[in-house]
Design a protein around this ligand. Structure first.
Ligand code: UDP
Length: 263
């Protein structure tokens, strides 16, 4: 006879409900020399996301007469961002595999948000530097960078450098996972390190998927578990998109700082 096992409800280390996000905040304008910048916080995870728009494109684009602009992302974990000091992820000019994978994910996610055909011959540099790592640094990076990108391009529109906004949609990201057989939203490091399944969701504010990265860490997972994780993720992402929209709207209010960093 199949045993019916009572699984005690998971008590999360920080007492959150399974479908509850960590406290999220966005502090804008923290790196004034960038076109726009945001310090994004998901609980103890903190990432500086800076967007710098350069009035030039890579040489190959000019040589091949490619129209439009370019967007490139860089991701780095600062050595003091982890509990035990971490070696720099770039040694002898070579970036480690994890950071390299993450920066490509950030770049792909943001290219889904902006129409590069509408930014003219410009390069958008997206720099994500992790100040404190407590799980979900890639998803916090995408979420924060998406806000910084929207604020940066809005500045160009306000300055009359762009006739219309090149933003196609808002992109947000969050992690979900399975721990102790339970689906959890927005895992912190202690949950992430023991999770049976670790998944990163990148979605638009219209409920479309941009990217899904998921793996069973030496485990397998069922379609039902996947549906449950997606359900938690979608709910969390709706909440995150609401916060992002608010921060972008506040940053766009005309004030003395509106053109900061672009002179
Ligand atoms: N981490 C760490 N050192 C590393 C890589 C990761 O301490 O070199 C921790 C950090 O807290 C990170 C977490 O492990 O947030 C999960 O890492 P993962 O590669 O899953 O990426 P993330 O969840 O940060 O996007």
């Amino acid at each position: 006879m199949a045993a019916s096992v009572m699984i005690p409800r998971m008590e999360r280390q920080d007492k959150r409900l399974v479908d509850q996000l960590r406290p999220i905040s966005f502090e804008t304008g923290i790196a004034p020399n960038a076109t726009a910048s945001v310090l994004v916080t998901f609980g103890r995870t903190k990432v500086i996301c800076a967007v710098t728009i350069e009035e030039d494109v890579p040489r190959w684009m000019k040589v091949q007469r490619v129209e439009g602009g370019w967007l490139t992302a860089e991701y780095s974990m600062l050595p003091y961002s982890t509990l035990d000091r971490k070696r720099r992820d770039i040694t002898a000019g070579k970036l480690d595999g994890r950071s390299s994978e993450i920066q490509r994910l950030i770049g792909r996610s943001l290219r889904a948000a902006v129409d590069l055909g509408k930014i003219g011959q410009r390069t958008i540099w997206v720099d994500c530097d992790v100040l404190q790592a407590d799980g979900g640094t890639r998803t916090a990076s995408i979420t924060g960078a998406s806000v910084a990108l929207a604020i940066a391009v809005n500045k160009l529109v306000a300055q009359g450098k762009l006739a219309e906004s090149p933003m196609k949609r808002l992109v947000s990201a969050v992690s979900v996972g399975m721990l102790g057989g339970e689906a959890l939203l927005d895992l912190c490091y202690v949950e992430d390190k023991d999770a049976e399944v670790d998944m990163n969701l990148v979605m638009t504010d219209r409920g479309e998927f941009v990217e899904v990265q998921g793996s069973g860490e030496e485990a397998v997972f069922t379609a039902d578990q996947m549906s449950r994780m997606l359900e938690l993720g979608r709910k969390g992402l709706e909440e995150i998109a609401g916060l992002q929209r608010q921060v972008i709207a506040d940053a766009d209010k005309p004030d003395a700082d509106a053109l900061e960093g672009l002179s």
